[in-house]
Design a protein around this ligand. Structure first.
Ligand code: FAD
Length: 323
């Protein structure tokens, strides 16, 4: 078990970010002719275990004490596995989940860690060359991790999703024996507050429709941004202007201090194109901007620009899509 991928899942399937991390892990593992192993933590994991086995061997820590991802418990289990199995590198998607857990793991097992990585090359044994954006994407930093173990989180947008293995390739599953009494218990999960939505998760969506300052209420946001997002089966995002105004929740903010997305299609409605917003979406494959100001900076990045009032243009787009 030289290369491990820490999986994020919804109890049934692996998240897209994990499949992108798996692409990197396969590449790293291939230098020693090995294959990465997917690590699942949580409770009642039978369904997601079957999904994960389509992609490789799996190690499962399934226990009621892991039902919620409290960082201290998850980190303790992951550190145990790294030590016991002599794991050389652990790869995961860069996300709130991994940001919470993996720095603790790195501290416990004394690992070299690189986060938010967008390019990764295994130069030689125990030496990996990485790149990551810095200064809100204005510059790229190149750096090298030495020794073992190494922990790497990758921006999903920068790597393709791993494909399942051929059906003829058998995979195995190891149930990790958990010593429940030894698990840390100083952090208690109390509750989770989040807005339920039928839309895809912002960081993983193929289409993102975002709105900016001209939207003056949650109702307007839902009508224009939500309406077009639903017509395109995409996720809804926003600028910080709307979060600061209490019109959209923090978890929908795209940008330097929000989420970094790179969908196949990004639609910017009434967004000027500040550097902080661009830092979160400029790697989208196709960018469409709707703005009343023909000189708005967003147009210098957009592949398609519509000069006009979003309140007139969006309903026309939704009607055209419905046809
Ligand atoms: C440290 C720091 C971090 C930040 N992090 C982020 C971040 O992560 N994400 C982020 O988004 N911002 C961030 N910001 C804020 C950022 O600087 C901008 O203030 C913000 O992105 C502007 O949002 P906006 O484009 O919605 O608003 P504005 O810049 O006000 O632009 C509104 C646009 O809408 C157009 N418009 C007006 N009416 C219409 C209409 N009816 N139809 C179509 N177009 C119309 C206007 O022409 C204008 O171009 C950060 C700022 C700081 C200082």
């Amino acid at each position: 078990m030289e290369t491990l991928v820490l999986a994020e899942h919804d109890g049934k399937t692996l998240r897209r970010g994990t499949l992108c991390a798996l692409t990197v892990a396969r590449d790293l593992a291939s230098r020693s002719g090995s294959k990465p192993v997917i690590l699942l933590l949580g409770r009642e994991l039978a369904a997601v275990r079957d999904d994960a086995r389509r992609f490789g061997d799996v190690v499962v820590a399934d226990h009621s004490l892991l039902a919620r991802p409290t960082a201290e418990r998850y980190a303790a289990v992951i550190a145990d596995i790294i030590r016991a199995q002599g794991v050389r590198e652990l790869v995961a998607a860069a996300s709130t989940f991994s940001r919470d857990i993996l720095p603790r793991v790195a501290a416990v097992v004394d690992a070299a860690m690189g986060g938010d990585v967008t390019a990764c090359a295994a130069a030689e044994a125990e030496r990996v060359e990485l790149q990551r954006p810095i200064h809100a994407g204005a510059a790229m930093a190149s750096f090298v991790l030495h020794g073992t173990p190494q922990i790497i989180t990758v921006r999903a947008a920068a790597f393709p999703s791993a494909k399942p293995l051929p059906e003829s390739e058998a995979t195995c599953c190891l149930d990790w024996p958990l010593n429940a009494d030894a698990l840390p218990d100083r952090t208690e999960f109390v509750g989770l507050e989040s807005r339920s939505t039928n839309r895809p998760e912002l960081g993983e969506a193929r289409v993102v429709v975002s709105g900016g300052r001209p939207l003056r209420s949650s109702e307007e946001f839902q009508a224009f941004v939500g309406g077009l997002a639903d017509a395109l089966q995409g996720a809804a995002g926003c600028t910080r202007a709307l979060v600061d105004a209490g019109i959209a929740p923090n978890e929908w903010q795209v940008g330097q201090t929000g989420k970094v997305v790179s969908p196949e299609l990004y639609v910017a409605l009434g967004i000027s194109g500040s550097v902080q917003h661009l830092a979160g979406m400029k790697n989208s494959r196709v960018i469409v901007a709707v703005n009343t100001d023909p000189d708005a900076p967003i147009f210098s990045l957009a592949n398609y620009g519509l000069v006009g009032d979003l309140r007139e243009i969006v309903p026309q787009l939704v009607r055209a899509l419905a046809r």
